[in-house]
Design a protein around this ligand. Structure first.
Ligand SMILES: NC(=O)c1ccc[n+]([C@@H]2O[C@H](COP(=O)([O-])OP(=O)(O)OC[C@H]3O[C@@H](n4cnc5c(N)ncnc54)[C@H](O)[C@@H]3O)[C@@H](O)[C@H]2O)c1
Length: 438
């Protein structure tokens, strides 16, 4: 198949490279010329395991090309995917569809009859209908518009794309279904379930999936709060409930609250849809509140752990990206924590294995260290915010030696209290027994 991908960000680039790897001919389009120039020179705009090798191998085979020209990119395409950003609109949290509609209007000028237009971006219910209308307004009628939401996770994006739990396709007409079946055939043969639904159903499925995962995270975070009062261990509670097949073990890790480019904005957008149609989603509404409070409350944990005022204290922060194996800083829990630390007069020395470049665009007035030990040097406490693998195997004795205050605030529960204490550190995890004992 000949595929065009409009938007070469996280989703567009990973999807484009994987489609090319399936044997399709893919042209990735982006209006950011620096990004396209970089990709044409073999440089990745994002840090994602395995991406560089996959992109460059497919580019060398001529199956994957990059351009800033939408006309050039879509001229021979049988399917055009839209994978542009749909950020939260400032103020009300509605999904901002400006990029989507801009792309559609541009597309309308060059699209050939018979093409299938597929939204991969996460878009509210009814966006496919609006795209069809816009194309009609521009005089384009003989095209199909389908929804194919993407479920990949950053940090495991290629594996997720190639071994998805399911593929959801919302397409009203047979032509769109046939084209998408053909595009996903390699996965289909591997028995990845492909689910054909109505277009609106597909659009809503994506929001429902992310909202449900956000609920799960917030749920375990609230249970963690209770654990800290009743002297129970949330890790064991999570395991105890997660082994129940009806619940499942994933997304039951208590921590500093969810962040990233999807959950925060998608939960807000779902609430906007709920408002628009007058059907309140109370569980999701509460989840958003719980998570906002959670992120804002992390600074108090640090303050409590050092035993008082943060003014003049030096705090080492390990992990800045919103999760491991990515350099994505969007809505990362590290942001409100570090901002609050600075506001309360603390100095911050931070280390992240790959996100420094992105983090430098976000933070001013913090020091960036070259490794965990350097970050810890002379700090009053060490706070683990993102659970990179390399932070799971720190030499705690050395860390304790480097620290001025022997305090470990483990917001990801990667260490055991006993191990930390054996290394001479006071340990503050999340939801791991009564706080006073710490
Ligand atoms: N990042 C994820 O993990 C993830 C997972 C599933 C779904 N999604 C959804 O996928 C969509 C894209 O997310 P992302 O993280 O890849 O965004 P991103 O910001 O990384 O990339 C979007 C790209 O689109 C480009 N763009 C915008 N308008 C354009 C236009 N008119 N023509 C050409 N290029 C244009 C931008 O320059 C940018 O490079 C969003 O709706 C998001 O919710 C993201």
């Amino acid at each position: 198949m000949r595929i065009a991908m409009i938007g070469t960000g996280y989703v567009g680039l990973v999807s484009g490279a994987c489609f090319a790897d399936f044997g399709h001919s893919v042209c990735c389009i982006d209006k950011d010329s620096a990004k396209i120039d970089g990709l044409n020179a073999g440089r990745m705009p994002i840090w994602e395991p395995g991406l560089e090798a996959l992109v460059n191998a497919n580019a060398e085979h001529g199956r994957l090309t990059f351009t800033t020209s939408l006309h050039e990119g879509v001229k021979d395409a049988e399917a055009v995917f839209i994978a542009v950003g749909t950020p939260a609109r400032r103020g009300d949290g509605h999904a901002d569809l400006t990029f989507v509609f801009e792309a559609v209007r541009e597309l309308a000028k060059v699209i050939r009859p018979g093409t299938v237009v597929v939204t991969k971006s996460t878009v509210p219910v009814g966006t496919g209908d609006r795209i069809e209308e816009i194309l009609g307004e521009e005089g384009v009628t003989d095209v199909s518009v389908a929804s194919n939401p993407e479920f990949l996770r950053e940090g495991a994006a290629i594996a997720d794309f190639k071994h998805p739990d399911r593929i959801v396709v919302g397409a009203g007409d047979e032509r769109a279904q046939e084209v998408l079946k053909e595009i996903y055939r390699p996965l289909f043969l591997n028995r990845a379930p492909i689910l054909f639904t109505g277009r609106r159903t597909a659009e809503l499925t994506k929001y429902a999936a992310n909202a449900f995962l956000a609920v799960k995270i917030s749920f375990i975070n609230e249970i963690a709060n209770l654990c800290e009062v009743v002297d129970a261990d949330v890790q064991d509670v999570a395991r105890g409930i997660g082994l129940d097949n009806r619940i499942g073990p994933k997304f039951l890790h208590a921590g500093p609250g969810y962040g990233g480019s999807c959950f925060p904005k998608d939960t807000l957008a779902l609430l906007q849809t709920a408002d628009k149609f007058g059907v309140d989603q109370r569980i999701v509404r509460t989840t958003v509140q719980v998570n906002d409070d959670r992120k804002a409350g992390m600074v108090d944990r640090v303050e409590r752990a050092i035993g008082g005022d943060l003014k003049g204290k030096r705090i080492a922060v390990l992990g800045l990206a919103f999760k491991p194996n990515t350099d994505d800083m969007r809505d990362a829990p590290s942001i409100p924590l570090i901002e609050a630390l600075l506001e309360r007069g603390a100095e911050v020395s931070a280390f992240d294995p790959v996100a420094r470049e992105q983090a430098e665009k976000v933070f001013t007035g913090i020091e960036f260290a070259a490794n965990a030990e350097q970050a810890a040097a002379d700090a009053d406490a060490l706070v683990i915010v993102t659970e990179w693998d390399e932070f799971r195997a720190l030499d705690l004795k050395r860390i304790a030696g480097a620290l001025r205050g022997k305090v470990l605030v483990d917001l990801r529960n990667v260490y055991d209290r006993d191990d930390a204490q054996a290394a001479g550190l006071a340990y503050y995890g999340v939801g791991r027994g009564r706080l006073e004992r710490d």
